[in-house]
Design a protein around this ligand. Structure first.
Ligand SMILES: [Mg+2]
Length: 186
């Protein structure tokens, strides 16, 4: 079984502008390519875990999401970076429309997306990490039993609501996370 780096999307890979679903609104955050290349070189599988309730709310479709994801993965592939999986959850328990209105263990803070990816791809949660900008990312990682929870906090409130063992990266952004990864594996 392999270790993995689970990555939130909005606020980690791209700027969180709210329900991003078009290429023209997708702005890669500084340091993301280097971070992913570092993780890959350390032998970590790369997996994106992203709540996409904008689909359930009717703001955009699953096809829109897959088109944007395909474009995003090409930008990584150009740099030799390959993702093992992209897990998304379109549902919302309150605001989802029709079949999208439901509780789903895959929706963060539930651990479902992480655990499903582990089962499908032979990944070991106990050796894996999650990187996110929200407490719900950390809570999902905690519930999945991941080894490390790394928070690039979107706000102070996210720190307060995260599990106590969360590693908070307050300065240096994604470059600091890359450094922490190298140290953690060293
Ligand atoms: Mg986020």
């Amino acid at each position: 079984m392999r270790p993995a780096l689970f990555l939130d999307r909005d606020g980690i890979i791209n700027e969180d502008l709210g329900y991003v679903h078009r290429v023209e609104d997708f702005r890669f955050l500084p340091g993301i390519f280097d971070l992913c290349a570092t993780a890959q070189a350390l032998g970590l599988a790369l997996v994106i875990v992203t709540n996409q309730a904008g689909i359930g709310r009717g703001y955009y479709t699953e096809a829109d999401f897959h088109a944007l994801t395909g474009w995003m993965l090409e930008r990584f592939a150009e740099r030799g970076i390959r993702f093992t999986a992209v897990e998304f959850c379109p549902d919302h328990p309150v605001h989802g429309i029709g079949p999208y209105r439901r509780e789903n263990r895959r929706r963060k803070p539930g651990p479902g997306m992480i655990l499903d990816a582990c089962a499908a791809h032979g990944l070991d949660p106990a050796c894996s990490l999650i990187l996110g900008d929200r407490a719900t990312d950390m809570q999902a990682g905690e519930a999945a039993g991941l080894a490390r929870l790394i928070l690039l906090p979107a706000s102070e409130a996210e720190i307060a609501a995260s599990p106590t063992r969360t590693e908070v990266v307050r300065t240096g952004g994604l470059a600091a996370v890359a450094k922490a990864l190298r140290q953690g594996q060293g």
